[in-house]
Design a protein around this ligand. Sequence first.
Ligand code: ADP
Ligand code: MG
Length: 331
Amino acid sequence: MTNSNANFDYPDNILATLPNLAVSIKGLNKTYFGQNGQPSKIALNSVDIAIPRGRFFGLLGPNGAGKSTIINIMAGLVSKTSGEVRVWGFDIEKDERRARCAIGVVPQELNLDPFFTPREILEVQAGLYGLRKKERRTEEILETVGLIEKADSFSRALSGGMRRRLLIAKAMVHSPPVLVLDEPTAGVDVELRQTLWKSIRKLNQMGTTVLLTTHYLEEAEELCDSIAIIDSGRVVACDTTEALLKKVDNKTVVLILSKPIETIPEQMKQFNPVQSSPNELRITYRQSSHVITDIISEVQSSGLSIIDLITEEVELEDIFMQLTGSKNKGE
Ligand code: ADP
Ligand code: MG
């Protein structure tokens, strides 16, 4: 797919004004070299991302866009082809140990030992990080993710949602300032999704910078204060969620008329209205070419009167389609 980068303004100003970034990725490239006659695959192409500390940042893109590749490179699980990646200011190659300590990663798969309890799992993990007993925060972390009551149950007895929260707890054991979650709610039902969101939000409110990948548009829109949209290994947008939504040029308004109409007045036809019910006209217009008052005055001068007006919320889906030229392929 070809993308226009016209809408993508990489926040250089953020880099200049906020040197203390949680994550900075510059010119990151990754090619998976094919083995046994398999073709090579360019998974990342000059990716630039800057995440200020404290943010709730979403990496949004369809399946195969390159999200896990970025996360796995940050976590030291996949080697990059070229470019620079820093976590909490530490270069993942030159300062590998400190970069690793600054990040907690929640993988997509539920890989937990079924015969350990949440408390034991966190204690073992703390041991792996060399934390002394008095440095450990097992109780507090279990409390934060809502698992204190299950602290001593075998993990095999936990529901899918609880296991995922346990994985989040495990990633938080060494108190990393950056928590990274790869598709935390893929395949999780709506109710569990809400509980998970609550736990992750809480961690963010307590000061952790959160980076989450998702292919669910509504998840990114609901949770994240900033979003990078990636498609075929390229960043096609990177901004605050609010600013991204403002970039959507199309807007829809529904006009409720005082009485039913049989035909649409000639002078209204320039706006391509759709009569959604006998007394309702639905108009989608470009904000760059019309303002709502033009439409309203045209309606009134054609002899109709409006009793109500509903503007439809712009959704991330609109910007996603505008930028990638496609419906969300991940759904
Ligand atoms: P996402 O997480 O956004 O779904 P990935 O980062 O997993 O995307 O994959 C990006 C691209 O790289 C995809 O085309 C995928 O097939 C390819 N890819 C991922 N891992 C490997 C690998 N180990 N070897 C070869 N190609 C891979
Ligand atoms: Mg993935």
